[in-house]
Design a protein around this ligand. Structure first.
Ligand code: BGC
Ligand code: NOJ
Length: 808
C-alpha cells in the first residue's frame, strides 16, 4: 500500500494522506542550522548541536506520536482546525505534504480555506523560515484568526528533559513588535538567543504555555485558540512558547502570504546587551528584514533549488528503471548529505542527546558524500583524524561542537582506525588532493603532538598489526563494525552498557571482519605510501596483506563460508559448529570485497551460502540462526529478540557489501537483485509493512525470525546511505574514481539493458553510454571514439568532456 508518490521532476516525495504508517520526515538546512520536520509539521530545530543548542522542545516516544515542534491553528468563525492535520487531527478536505531537497511544503484545506506552509532553512542563514499562504476558495468573505505556536527548548536538551527543579525557574522572554525573543539563560553565560517573528502586525501573542493551552490541555485543545483570544502572556519560568495571533480577512478568491522566521542569533561578548538588561536584537532584526517580503523567501527557495541541482548533476544516471534513477539521482545522495551532516545525532530514532559524531560512522558517511562537497569532506577528515590517539587507536565518537573525543565512550573498537584509511582514500580518489596526506594533524586534539595525515594512516594500519591474536587475526577489542559483538565484555548486570563496561583482560577474541577490512584497505594504503615515497612501507604493507589473507583462509574459513570471530575462549563464532549464529553476513561481504577467496572458489561458495542461508525477500539478514538466548560471552548481539537489530535483523548497512562482493565475482544480476530488495523507492508499494519513509533507507528491517518481519526502523541516519550509494553507483553501474583514472566497469546483470551515466570528476565531465548486452567477458570501452584497453579511463584535464561508450 502507498501513501503518496514521487514527483521526480520536482524532486519531491508527495505524501497524500496524513495517516502514514509512521511520521515521514525531512531535514532542512545544510551546514549550521538544521530542522527535522515531519509531514504533519512535527520535529524540532537546532544550531549545530542537537543537545546543546536546541531551539524547539520535542518529546520522543510520546503518545500520540510526533506532537510538538511547530503548530499552526486557524480559527474560521467558531471552527478551529490545524491545516497540517496535527495536532488537532482535523478532518481536512484535502491534505498534501511535499518533502523536497531542503524544503517541506504542507497544505491542508477545510471549508473553503487552504493553508500552505512552505518551510526551509535558507542557505547561509541560521533560521527556519516558513511562508504561510492562506487562500479563500469560498464565495464569501473569510475572517480568520491564525495562531502560530512553537515551544522552546531551554537550549540544553538533556537538562530540558530531566532537571525540572532548575529549569522550571529559568525561562525568560522578551517581546518587540511582532517578534518573540527566547532569552533563557542569556543573562549569564549564553550569548545566543532565539527569535520567532512574523512580517506582519499581530493582534496578540502568547509566550507562556500554561496560559495558552490550559494546564491540563494538550496541543490539540489550546484554550486561547478555542476562545479566539490571545492572552498576551509573558513567560516567567515554566515553559516558554512563541505564539502570534494574526487577524486576516480574505475576499473570495483572495490569497495572502506571511513569513515566519524562527532564528538562532549569537552576539559577540562586547555587544551582548542593547542597554543594561536588554538583549541586543540588532542581528535578529536584520535577519527578519532579510525575509520581510515573500519575494525574498522565494529567492531563497530558488537559490536552494539551484544549489541542489548543481550538487546532484555531479553524478546522474538515465535508465529505463525510474526507481533506480530516482534513488541514484536524488534520494540516495540526499540521504548521504543528511548522514554526513548529522552523523547519528538527531533523527526520529536518535534523540540528538546521546551520540556525537562516530569515528567509523563519519568515515563511512564520507564515501557517499565526498563527490558532492569535497571541501567539507576534507575538513571532516582532519576533524576525525584529530581525535585519533598516537598509538593509532581512536575515540569511538567526538562531539560536534568541540570536536573533542568523547571520554564517556572512549576507544577500543578495533575496526575504527582502518576506516580512516578508507575515508581518506575515497577523498583522494575523488579529488586528486594528495596534498592532504602532508597536512599536520594533532593526536587527541593536542597541538603539541602532531604528525602528517599520512602518519596517522600509518598508525592506523599498524595498530591492526600490533593487535593480532593467536591465529594472527585482528583482536576485536570492545567490538568491531558490529557494535553488539562484545566478546570481551561478559556483562551479567542489568543497565551496564555493553560498549563501555570494563572488558575482561585478554588477547584472544579475534575478528575475521577486521581481517577482511585490513585486506580491503591494504592496496590503497600501499599506493598512498608509495606516493609519499615510502616504497619499503608499501612493500611491507602488501606483504602484511598477503599474510592476513593467508590467516583468513587458514583460520577464518569454515568450509562453506567465512567465520565471524573467535571468542574470548578461542571458540568459533559464526561456524556450522555453533548452536545459533552459524553464519554472519559481515565477513562474507568484506572478505570477498577484499578479494579473499576469489581465485580459489571460496568467495563464490561464501556468497552462495549467503544466498542460501541469509537472503530473504526483504533483504539479507545479519546472521542465522538468530540467537535464541543470552550468551554472556557474545554480549549485546544475543540480547535482542530474534530477528531484530544485530540479532538476525536485516542490517541494511552491510547488504551493499554483499552486492559489491557479487560484482567482484561478476554476478551483476544478484547484486542488483539484492539492491532492489532494500532500496527505499522499490519498497513504496509495501509502505504499510515497511512503515518508514519510501524515499530513504532505514538502518534495520526486521528479519525473518521477527514477529514483525519486514518492518523497518531507524530511518535516515545510517551508514546504509553511503554504502548503498557506493554499491550502486561505483560497482553495479560501475563508475568509480580511482587514484589515477575513472574506472568504468558496470556489473548489473541483464535487467537494465542500456543506461547512461554522467559523472563530473576533478573538473572534467564524463558521458558514459553503456550498452549492457552481456556478450563480452569484460566491458569494452571506446573513449572519444577510440577503442581502449582495460576499464580505467585516465583523468582528463579540467573543463574537458569525455565521451565513453561501454559495451558489456
Ligand atoms: C545498537 C547498535 C548501535 C549501538 C551504539 C546498540 O544498542 O544495536 O546498532 O550501534 O548500540 O552504541
Ligand atoms: C550503528 C552504528 O552507528 C554503527 O557504527 C555500527 O557499525 C552499526 N550500528 C552496527 O552495529
Amino acid at each position: 500500500m502507498q501513501y503518496g508518490h514521487f514527483d521526480d521532476e520536482a524532486r519531491e516525495y508527495v505524501v497524500t494522506t496524513p495517516r502514514t504508517p509512521y511520521p515521514w520526515i525531512n531535514y532542512l538546512g545544510n551546514e549550521d542550522f538544521f530542522s527535522l520536520i515531519s509531514h504533519t509539521g512535527g520535529g524540532y530545530c537546532f544550531y549545530r548541536d542537537a543537545r546543546f543548542r536546541r531551539l524547539l522542545r520535542y518529546r520522543y516516544n510520546n503518545s500520540p506520536t510526533d506532537v510538538g515542534g511547530r503548530a499552526l491553528y486557524i480559527r474560521d468563525g467558531d471552527d478551529v482546525w490545524t491545516p497540517a492535520w496535527m495536532p488537532m487531527k482535523s478532518e481536512l478536505d484535502s491534505f498534501e505534504c511535499r518533502h523536497g531537497l531542503g524544503t517541506t511544503k504542507i497544505r491542508g484545506s477545510r471549508n473553503g480555506v487552504t493553508a500552505e506552509m512552505l518551510y526551509l532553512v535558507p542557505l547561509g542563514e541560521t533560521a527556519e523560515v516558513c511562508r504561510l499562504t492562506l487562500t479563500n476558495e469560498s464565495s464569501t468573505v473569510k475572517t480568520l484568526k491564525v495562531f502560530s505556536l512553537v515551544e522552546f527548548c531551554l537550549w540544553n536538551a538533556w537538562d530540558d528533559q530531566t532537571n525540572f527543579q532548575r529549569n522550571f525557574s529559568i525561562g525568560e522572554i522578551e517581546i518587540e513588535g511582532s517578534a518573540i525573543y527566547h532569552v533563557t539563560e542569556y543573562r549569564e553565560r549564553r550569548n545566543h538567543y532565539a527569535v520567532f517573528g512574523v512580517n506582519s502586525p499581530i493582534a496578540g501573542f502568547d509566550t507562556d504555555r500554561e496560559t495558552f493551552l490550559g494546564l491540563y490541555n494538550g496541543l490539540h485543545e489550546p484554550e486561547a485558540v478555542l476562545e479566539g483570544a490571545p492572552r498576551n502572556s509573558i513567560a516567567s519560568g515554566w515553559a516558554p512558547i512563541g505564539s502570534h495571533c494574526l487577524e486576516v480577512e480574505l475576499a473570495p478568491g483572495e490569497s495572502r502570504s506571511f513569513v515566519f522566521v524562527l532564528g538562532y542569533v549569537e552576539n559577540p561578548d562586547e555587544d551582548k546587551w542593547e542597554r543594561p538588561g536588554v538583549v541586543n536584537k540588532e542581528p535578529a532584526r536584520a535577519l527578519m528584514a532579510r525575509f520581510s517580503e515573500t519575494a525574498q523567501l522565494e529567492a531563497a527557495v530558488a537559490e536552494l533549488r539551484d544549489h541542489w541541482s548543481s550538487l546532484l548533476e555531479i553524478s546522474t544516471v538515465e535508465s529505463s528503471d525510474e526507481r533506480l534513477n530516482r534513488m541514484v539521482n536524488t534520494w540516495n545522495p540526499y540521504q548521504c548529505m543528511v548522514t554526513f551532516n548529522m552523523s547519528r545525532s538527531a533523527s526520529y530514532f536518535e534523540s540528538g542527546i546521546g551520540r556525537g559524531m562516530g569515528f567509523r560512522d563519519s568515515n563511512q558517511d564520507l564515501l557517499g558524500f565526498v563527490h558532492l562537497v569535497p571541501e567539507r569532506a576534507r575538513q571532516r577528515i582532519i576533524d576525525i583524524a584529530s581525535t585519533q590517539f598516537a598509538d593509532g587507536s581512536a575515540y569511538h565518537q567526538y562531539q560536534p561542537l568541540t570536536k573533542r573525543g568523547n571520554n564517556d565512550i572512549g576507544s577500543g573498537f578495533n575496526d575504527d582506525p582502518l576506516w580512516l584509511i578508507i575515508g581518506v582514500a575515497a577523498y583522494i580518489k575523488e579529488t586528486g588532493d594528495f596534498d592532504i596526506l602532508s597536512e599536520e594533524v594533532p593526536f587527541d586534539n593536542d597541538e603539541a603532538n602532531t604528525a602528517t595525515l599520512f602518519e596517522h594512516l600509518r598508525r592506523s594500519f599498524h595498530f591492526t598489526l600490533e593487535n593480532l591474536g593467536p591465529h594472527g587475526l585482528p583482536l576485536i577489542g570492545r567490538a568491531d563494525w558490529n557494535d553488539c559483538l562484545n566478546l570481551n565484555c561478559f556483562s551479567e548486570t542489568p543497565d551496564e552498557p555493553y560498549q563501555t563496561t570494563a572488558n575482561r583482560e585478554g588477547r584472544t577474541a579475534e575478528s575475521i571482519f577486521i581481517a577482511g577490512q585490513f585486506v580491503y584497505t591494504a592496496p590503497d594504503y600501499a599506493d598512498l605510501a608509495e606516493y609519499m615515497g615510502f616504497a619499503e612501507e608499501a612493500t611491507a604493507a602488501r606483504e602484511h596483506s598477503t599474510q592476513m589473507e593467508a590467516a583468513i583462509l587458514e583460520h577464518g574459513w569454515d568450509g562453506e563460508w567465512f567465520l565471524r570471530a573467535y571468542d574470548f575462549f578461542g571458540n568459533k563464532v559464526g561456524s556450522h559448529e555453533c548452536e545459533d549464529g552459524q553464519i554472519f553476513i559481515e565477513p562474507q561481504g568484506f572478505c570477498v570485497m577484499a578479494g579473499v577467496g576469489v581465485d580459489d572458489g571460496r568467495a563464490l561458495r561464501a556468497l552462495d551460502s549467503v544466498a542460501e542461508r541469509l537472503a530473504t525477500p526483504y533483504g539479507i539478514v545479519l546472521n542465522q540462526p538468530a540467537y535464541s538466548r543470552y550468551h554472556v560471552e557474545l554480549g549485546e548481539i544475543s540480547s535482542y529478540p530474534p530477528g531484530y537489530k544485530e540479532n538476525a535483523g536485516i542490517f541494511c548497512h552491510n547488504n551493499p557489501w554483499v552486492m559489491i562482493a557479487e560484482t567482484r565475482v561478476g554476478r551483476g544480476d544478484r547484486a542488483f537483485d539484492y539492491y532492489k530488495r532494500i532500496a527505499a523507492a522499490y519498497l513504496e508499494k509495501i509502505s504499510d509493512v515497511h512503515r518508514t519513509e519510501p524515499y530513504v533507507y532505514s538502518q534495520m528491517v526486521a528479519g525473518r525470525d521477527a514477529v514483525r518481519e519486514g518492518e523497518a526502523k531507524n530511518s535516515w541516519l545510517t551508514g546504509t546511505a553511503a554504502w548503498n550509494y557506493v554499491a550502486i553507483a561505483h560497482h553495479i553501474l560501475g563508475i568509480r574514481p580511482e587514484f589515477d583514472g575513472l574506472r568504468v566497469s558496470p556489473c548489473i546483470g541483464a535487467e537494465i539493458q542500456n543506461f547512461t551515466v554522467t559523472r563530473r570528476c576533478r573538473g572534467a565531465v564524463y558521458r558514459i553510454r553503456v550498452t549492457n548486452s552481456l556478450k563480452h567477458d569484460g566491458p569494452l570501452l571506446k573513449v572519444n571514439g577510440e577503442t581502449t584497453k582495460g576499464t580505467l579511463v585516465p583523468y582528463a584535464p579540467a573543463g574537458e568532456t569525455v565521451d565513453i561508450d561501454c559495451e558489456t
